[in-house]
Ligand binder design. Sequence first.
Ligand code: COA
Ligand code: MG
Length: 287
Amino acid sequence: MMLRSLLFVPGDSERKQTKAVDSGADALLLDLEDSVAAPQLPAARARVRELLTARSDRSRQQLWVRVNALSSGILLQDLVAVFPGAPDGIVLPKASAPAEVAEVGNYLSALEAREGRAVGATKLLVIATETPQALLTLGSYRPDARIAGLTWGAEDLSAAIGVTGKTDQQGALTFTFQLARSLCVITSAALDVQAIDGVHTDFRDAAGLQREAEEARRDGFSGKLAIHPDQVGPINAAFQPSAAEIDWARRVVAAFATAPAAGVINLDGKMVDKPHLVQARRILDRY
Ligand code: COA
Ligand code: MG
């Protein structure tokens, strides 16, 4: 299932969880990390587990949990607390290397076996650019059926590097953050998993969100993180192929189907060959 919109919801807020369920988000990311104050963490774990258990039908909306980073020392407690609720996936923040992802995958395998669930059923969304070390190791990821997607984050990375701003005078990302964003898309494509764009934290800025989501789609992302219910509709719309794109894709597929021996076709005076067919199939898959 392609996830267009993934809405963060603080793990300790029942009020926001109730709202989030009706937001139209393809997935909720129930947060136990940055949006939960330390004293609230035990209550948040219990709350998240309760929601997971109460909503066992995930056909319209997946439920994921963002746990604390491996380096926090409390990731295992987070996993053990929520696992009986059968989360669709785990969001792993501040992952610094593929070996860390593999280690968390092994913990998930053990918990799945204990719960009598298929080993590998719980997917991972890796926040893969939050530390400087992470950026330097992206090239050593190898395909792994547990990884469903990669996403990138600028907030923690900018703190770790010590930059005083992430954008230039025109508002465009500076090179370091463009690099993180591009490497996220490229690594996701190499692994054949979803590339998920990061959050637009200025949640009142609807025009900015729309622009960012459209640019993300253009650049190869297939979904985007949200932090507010108002962001969900525009994100879903931006990642849904347009009627014109679907029409084009259908005609490309049909043209090759009627000429099975042709490697290249003239469609409305434009050359269409194998890469276009791949792109057309991708659009139809998403639709
Ligand atoms: N999920 C579900 N509901 C949310 C929500 C979210 N992420 N963010 C806001 N809402 C709800 C609010 O509770 C409010 O509902 P109410 O009127 O019934 O109280 C309604 O949507 C409107 O919210 P608004 O007043 O515009 O914003 P706010 O000041 O209540 O909340 C934030 C602003 C940033 C605190 C909030 O959006 C939030 O908690 N976002 C998620 C933060 C997070 O998880 N961060 C970690 C990842 S970066
Ligand atoms: Mg963070």
